[in-house]
Every structure is written in structure tokens, then in C-alpha cells.
Design a protein around this ligand. Structure first.
Ligand SMILES: *[C@@H]1O[C@H](CO)[C@@H](O)[C@H](O)[C@H]1NC(C)=O
Ligand SMILES: *[C@@H]1O[C@H](CO)[C@@H](O)[C@H](O)[C@H]1NC(C)=O
Ligand SMILES: *[C@@H]1O[C@H](CO)[C@@H](O)[C@H](O)[C@H]1NC(C)=O
Ligand SMILES: *[C@@H]1O[C@H](CO)[C@@H](O)[C@H](O)[C@H]1NC(C)=O
Ligand SMILES: *[C@@H]1O[C@H](CO)[C@@H](O)[C@H](O)[C@H]1NC(C)=O
Ligand SMILES: *[C@@H]1O[C@H](CO)[C@@H](O)[C@H](O)[C@H]1NC(C)=O
Ligand SMILES: *[C@@H]1O[C@H](CO)[C@@H](O)[C@H](O)[C@H]1NC(C)=O
Ligand SMILES: *[C@@H]1O[C@H](CO)[C@@H](O)[C@H](O)[C@H]1NC(C)=O
Ligand SMILES: *[C@@H]1O[C@H](CO)[C@@H](O)[C@H](O)[C@H]1NC(C)=O
Ligand SMILES: *[C@@H]1O[C@H](CO)[C@@H](O)[C@H](O)[C@H]1NC(C)=O
Length: 433
């Protein structure tokens, strides 16, 4: 036996290495692997109202003929799984991660529960991942999401919770849409989100996010839609967001740190000299509201016609809430009353108003500058109307800094950026997710 023959040592080492590598690689994945993964999913489905999977996903036929399954022509692997809106209840098996050629995974609009298997976040071919409108729970797995092709993450309306690990955004270079709204996520919005340079839609509304809006969002130059409302965010809207020239929908709600509105805070030139102290609040209120009523051109349910009459106290009128001590009108809520009108200047006389809800009517025309008289205003809902014209500068970035202690919740279309003095349609975004 040749002792220490270098050639033999090298060959032996090579063979051992090859053997080890082949063991590590394990069985190569093929259509059989995909079948196992789909059968594992079928096995986890506990409720299938139309028996679709029970009848259709049978081993007697190729999985490529199964309903909801798409296979690649060349490689004969599963490239798409779409069982959206099948009414399925159950949980997701880890074997889904074995569908290693998957490009589209759409399990949306079912009643799937349990956790999202972390293996799904390792399907490197994945382009669209839609698990929205289910009952999935638990937090994001703290693994690296290395998904270079992924463009869409849609998890809206589940029960996902916990924080967003800051590293999950490191390797999602092609992410265009991130929908995490209507979940229970908390913690801060990671500033690493700015690494997703292709991001066009960032929807985080209706969660429990806290802290400040990261100014790095201003780096997402492709951003078109930004939804941050209904969280526990604080502070100011970062100036950097005005870099987002493509942004055309932004809904931002902040709970501001400042004390309640103080007149002194309103120091912008816009406000100087326009404030008139109401002298007779009782007459002013009813005459202002009756003037408003006179402006209404269509009131199909006769709500104002029947309930806004000079013979009853303003505080009993439909849509009106008064403070109990002074009978001052503090809320005007005309939501969804099918009213057609412009907003009359008289609105500015309701100087104790802290909420103005005009959402979902046919209000049109421009926003009267007199709204600045409403120095106590905290909530202004103007969505689902057809307002036009300039967005008053005091709703905007810089002047808003003076007004921020008054308005803490504004939902309007094109709220940001910069009120370029162009004509806008102001409406709440239809959720186009
Ligand atoms: C898939 O791979 C397994 C194990 O490597 C093998 O037994 C099986 O025959 C393969 N299936 C197909 C359809 O090639
Ligand atoms: C399953 O459904 C697909 C699509 O509807 C259909 O083409 C296929 O024939 C069905 N297979 C079985 C076994 O029912
Ligand atoms: C999945 O199928 C539904 C219903 O056919 C369709 O509306 C939806 O666009 C599909 N999802 C994807 C990601 O293609
Ligand atoms: C599929 O995934 C499961 C769980 O992730 C794993 O244990 C199994 O080895 C995988 N099967 C194949 C054939 O790759
Ligand atoms: C936010 O947190 C509070 C208290 O922890 C909880 O009661 C509430 O349900 C949470 N809301 C959402 C949308 O997660
Ligand atoms: C992202 O934004 C921060 C703060 O606005 C800035 O300092 C940084 O240079 C930006 N990074 C990139 C990659 O644009
Ligand atoms: C306010 O107007 C009402 C009705 O006109 C009148 O009765 C009342 O005296 C006025 N109050 C004051 C303080 O002027
Ligand atoms: C406003 O009115 C609508 C419709 O009646 C109602 O659903 C909503 O809760 C009201 N909002 C407030 C703040 O009173
Ligand atoms: C708007 O109001 C109409 C009529 O009251 C109602 O049917 C509709 O659901 C409302 N839409 C929204 C988005 O609130
Ligand atoms: C209310 O506002 C209008 C327009 O700003 C003004 O002309 C009027 O005198 C004010 N007072 C009443 C009681 O309407």
C-alpha cells in the first residue's frame, strides 16, 4: 500500500468531500416533493365547504391538473398555488417551503389560522406572497428573509403580532408592496425599511406601531402610497417625506406629544388677524348651522330638513354633539348622509368644534380658509368627497407645524407632500390593496 501518496490522499479527500456534499444537499427537490407539500397542506385543511380539495386534489391525477396549482412548462415544478377565496379553514404545514420553484402563493380570503411557517420565507423564487384576510397569528420569524424576487407581501387583515425585526428588510431588494394593515403589530417601524428601494405601497395602518415615523421613509423615492393611520405613532411628520415626489396617497395619523391646542401655538402669518372671538355663542351656533343647512343642495333623506329646525336646541340636532356644561357644539358629524354641498364660510363660526366629520358625502368645492378659525379642531375627516382646489397651506408641512397641536388626525388625499399649489382631488383612499 502506497504510504502517504499525495495523489491518493487528494483523491480520497475529494471523494469524502463529494459524499458529504451530496448528503448535505439531500434529495433534490422535484415534482414529487411538491406533491408531498400540497398533500401536507390538504391534510391540514380541516374545513373545505365545497370539498374542492377532497375531490380534486387526488393522487390519481398529476398535481399540475389540480385546481389552484400552476406548473412550470420547462422544469415541471409547481410555480403557482392560488387557492384564494375557497373558504378553507386549517393551518399551514412547514412543507410549503419545499415548493422551491414557487413564484405565486395566494392563500388569501380563507380562514387559515396558526403561524406562518418560516420555511415560506426561504422560497427564493417567490414573487407574490398573499396571505391576506385570514386568521394567521403570531409574530414574524426572526430569520433572514432572503427573497430577491419578492415583489408583494400582502398580510392585511390577520392577527399577526409582535414587532417587525429590523433585519427582515435587508434582503428584499425588489419589494414593491408591503401590506401589513389590520393586524396587531407593535413596536417601532424599522428605519431599515428604506433598504426596500423599490417600495411603492407601504401600508401599516390599523396596528399598534409606536414611536416616530422613521425619516428614512423619505428615502423610498418610488413610494406612491403610504398608510400609517390608526397606530400609536407620535411626533411630527418628518420633513424628509416631502422628498417623495411620487407620493399621491398618504394617510398619516399622529398622536402628538404637544399639549392641547393653544392659541399661542398658532403663530403663522396665515392665522394673524383672522381670528374673531365669538361673542354670542348660542346665536352664532344655530345661525351658522342654519346657514350651513341652507347651503346643502341635496339632502335625500331630509335629515337636516327634519332635524335641524330653529324650534329645537342645536344640541339635539342630528349629527351634533355639545359639551354638557356650556352647550357648545363640539362635534359636527355628517358622515354618510348623502349630502351634496360646499362648505360654507360659516363653519368658521363654530369655534368650539373639536371634531368635524364630513366623510362620505358629496361635498365639493374648496376647503374654506375659515376652517383655520376652528382652533380647537382635533379631528377632521374629509374622505370620500369630491373636494377640489388648493389644499390650504395650513394643512401642509411647514405651516402645519404651527397648527399641529390642533389637528392631530387628518385624512385627506394627497395630504402630503408639500401642497404644490396644484389642484387636487381630496378623498380618502379607496383601499386598492
Ligand atoms: C423525485 O426525487 C425522488 C428522490 O430523489 C425520486 O425517488 C423520485 O423518483 C423523483 N420523482 C420524479 C417524478 O422524478
Ligand atoms: C380538478 O380541477 C381542475 C380545474 O377545475 C380540472 O381541470 C380537473 O379535471 C379536476 N380534476 C379532478 C380529478 O377532478
Ligand atoms: C388568485 O385567484 C383569484 C381568483 O381567481 C384572482 O383574483 C387572483 O388575482 C389570483 N391571485 C394571483 C396572485 O394571481
Ligand atoms: C419538506 O419539508 C419538511 C419540513 O420543512 C422537511 O422535513 C422535509 O425533509 C422536506 N422534504 C423534502 C422532500 O424536501
Ligand atoms: C393595541 O394594544 C392594546 C393594548 O395593548 C390592545 O388592547 C389593542 O387590541 C391593540 N390593538 C391592535 C389593533 O393591535
Ligand atoms: C436615508 O435617509 C437618511 C435620513 O433621511 C439619510 O441620512 C441617508 O443618507 C439616506 N440613505 C440613503 C441610502 O439614501
Ligand atoms: C345671545 O343671543 C340670545 C338670543 O338672541 C340672547 O337671548 C342672549 O341674551 C344673547 N347673549 C348675550 C351674552 O349677548
Ligand atoms: C359619526 O356618524 C357615523 C354615522 O352615523 C357614526 O358611524 C360614527 O360613529 C360617528 N362618529 C362620531 C365620532 O360620532
Ligand atoms: C357612504 O354612504 C352610503 C350611504 O349612506 C353607504 O351606503 C356607504 O356604505 C358609505 N360608504 C363608506 C365608504 O362609508
Ligand atoms: C359667521 O361667519 C360668516 C362668514 O365668515 C360671517 O359673515 C357671519 O357674520 C358670522 N356669524 C354668524 C352668526 O353667522
Amino acid at each position: 500500500m502506497a504510504k502517504n501518496n499525495p495523489l491518493i490522499v487528494i483523491i480520497t479527500a475529494f471523494l469524502v468531500l463529494s459524499l458529504m456534499l451530496s448528503l448535505v444537499k439531500a434529495a433534490p427537490k422535484n415534482i414529487t416533493t411538491d406533491q408531498h407539500a400540497l398533500l401536507a397542506l390538504k391534510d391540514r385543511i380541516k374545513y373545505d365547504p365545497t370539498n374542492l380539495l377532497a375531490k380534486n386534489w387526488t393522487t390519481s391525477s398529476s398535481i399540475c391538473t389540480w385546481i389552484g396549482v400552476t406548473c412550470g412548462v420547462r422544469h415541471h415544478r409547481v410555480t403557482g398555488l392560488n387557492i384564494s377565496n375557497f373558504g378553507l379553514a386549517g393551518t399551514l404545514p412547514p412543507q410549503l417551503g419545499n415548493l422551491s420553484s414557487l413564484r405565486v402563493l395566494d392563500l388569501s380570503v380563507n380562514q387559515l389560522s396558526g403561524t406562518i411557517p418560516s420555511s415560506i420565507f426561504q422560497i427564493s423564487s417567490l414573487e407574490r406572497l398573499d396571505l391576506s384576510y385570514n386568521q394567521l397569528s403570531d409574530s414574524f420569524p426572526s430569520i433572514i428573509f432572503n427573497l430577491p424576487s419578492l415583489q408583494v407581501i400582502h398580510f392585511k387583515s390577520n392577527s399577526l403580532s409582535g414587532g417587525l425585526p429590523s433585519h427582515i428588510f435587508n434582503y428584499l431588494p425588489n419589494l414593491k408592496m408591503l401590506h401589513l394593515s389590520a393586524n396587531m403589530f407593535d413596536g417601532q417601524i424599522p428605519s431599515t425599511i428604506s433598504k426596500c428601494q423599490q417600495l411603492q405601497i407601504l401600508s401599516l395602518f390599523n396596528n399598534n406601531f409606536t414611536g416616530y415615523i422613521p425619516k428614512e421613509i423619505g428615502n423610498l423615492t418610488m413610494l406612491k402610497e403610504l398608510y400609517l393611520a390608526d397606530n400609536k405613532l407620535q411626533g411630527e411628520i418628518p420633513h424628509e417625506l416631502s422628498n417623495l415626489v411620487k407620493l399621491n396617497v398618504a394617510v398619516v395619523a399622529l398622536s402628538l406629544l404637544l399639549p392641547p391646542c393653544s392659541f399661542e401655538a398658532v403663530a403663522s402669518p396665515v392665522f394673524s388677524g383672522v381670528w374673531l372671538e365669538a361673542t354670542n355663542i348660542t346665536t352664532d351656533q344655530s345661525s351658522s348651522l342654519l346657514a350651513f343647512k341652507a347651503h346643502i343642495t341635496n339632502d335625500p333623506h331630509n335629515l337636516l330638513a327634519n332635524y335641524w329646525t330653529a324650534s329645537t336646541s342645536v344640541c339635539n340636532w342630528v349629527g351634533i354633539t355639545c359639551d354638557s356644561q356650556n352647550n357648545r357644539v363640539i362635534v359636527l358629524n355628517l358622515t354618510s348622509m348623502s349630502l351634496t354641498s360646499t362648505i360654507p364660510l360659516h363653519i368658521g363660526n363654530l369655534s368650539f368644534l373639536d371634531q368635524l366629520h364630513l366623510r362620505n358625502n358629496s361635498f365639493h368645492g374648496s376647503l374654506p380658509v375659515d376652517i383655520v378659525h376652528l382652533r380647537r379642531l382635533e379631528i377632521l375627516h374629509l374622505g370620500y368627497n369630491t373636494f377640489q382646489g388648493e389644499i390650504p397651506s395650513w394643512l401642509g408641512s411647514a405651516p402645519c407645524l404651527n397648527f399641529k397641536s390642533c389637528i392631530s388626525f387628518v385624512t385627506i388625499y394627497k395630504y402630503y407632500p408639500t401642497f404644490s399649489r396644484k389642484y387636487h382631488n381630496i378623498k380618502e383612499p379607496r383601499i386598492v390593496e
